[in-house]
Structures are given as structure tokens and as C-alpha cells.
Design a protein around this ligand. Structure first.
Ligand code: SF4
Length: 144
């Protein structure tokens, strides 16, 4: 029997993926992010989880890191609500979805207008993500 592989993602990373251009908290974090983005670009399925996920993994063992904090949990809640409303699907733990080219285009269009960015205010990467989106996501490494 073949067991389908999935990438575990917390909800706000559905947004961060869209503007990921190879910048992150550490070389190990970026290397891990690159591997995940390559798998997602190849069409691998996502399973939504709560708390630290496969992108957080290189830094999540440090319990002082922000990925364990309440502000990030509320960021997840806002992202889940925005993405669920846009896609008309549940973004709750255990939900599975594949970011097809069509879905990704819809997410990027809504990201660029700010429609699905209620999770972003206060994030240290906000200006970079705004810049990437403004210019049509050039250099975005997630390319389904
Ligand atoms: S501003 Fe922060 S939360 Fe929003 S997409 Fe960028 S990195 Fe993710």
C-alpha cells in the first residue's frame, strides 16, 4: 500500500508561501523552506495543522521561538478565516488541500489586493511581502 505524503502546514503559512523569495530566520530554516516549496510546487498535498509545522521545524525545537507564541496562533486564525472564505473550503486542523496553479493564482490575486492579509499586520516580514506582491511575485520560489 502506498501512503500519500503530505506537508503539514499551519494556516498562516498558506500566505507566507505566496511571497517566499528565499529569505528566513536562518540558513537551516531557508534550506528546509526551499525543500518544502519544491515539494509543494510539484503538487504535494497539504494537511492543515495547529501549531508549529514543517516550515517551522528547523527552529521550533526552541520553545522561546515565536512559532509557539499566542500572537502567531491568532495570526493562524485570521489566515484560516480569510483563506476559507476565499476558497469556500474549511481551513481547520485535518483539512487537506492541494495548491494547484489555479488556486495559487486566486490566492496571490487576493493577497495582492489585501483581501486575505488580515493575518499580516505586525509581522516582521510585512514590508517585504507587500513589495513582492506589488510587483507580481517575481522571485517567488513557490511555482506550482
Ligand atoms: S507578512 Fe508575515 S504573515 Fe503575512 S505573508 Fe508575509 S511573512 Fe506571512
Amino acid at each position: 500500500m502506498t501512503i500519500a505524503k503530505t506537508i503539514a502546514l499551519r494556516p498562516h503559512h498558506l500566505l507566507c508561501l505566496l511571497t517566499y523569495v528565499g529569505k528566513g530566520y536562518s540558513p537551516a530554516f531557508v534550506a528546509g523552506y526551499d525543500r518544502i516549496v519544491a515539494r509543494l510546487s510539484a503538487g504535494e498535498e497539504i494537511e492543515i495543522i495547529s501549531g508549529p509545522d514543517d516550515i517551522c521545524a528547523p527552529i521550533a525545537c526552541d520553545l522561546t521561538e515565536h512559532c509557539h507564541g499566542t500572537s502567531v496562533i491568532s495570526r493562524d486564525a485570521r489566515a484560516a478565516q480569510d483563506v476559507a472564505q476565499l476558497l469556500g473550503t474549511e481551513i481547520t486542523p485535518g483539512a487537506r488541500l492541494t495548491l494547484t496553479p489555479e488556486i495559487t493564482a486566486a490566492l496571490r490575486a487576493a493577497f495582492a489586493t489585501g483581501e486575505i492579509r488580515s493575518a499580516c499586520p505586525g509581522c516582521e516580514w510585512e514590508a517585504l511581502c507587500t513589495e513582492v506582491a506589488k510587483d507580481g511575485f517575481p522571485g517567488g520560489r513557490f511555482r506550482p
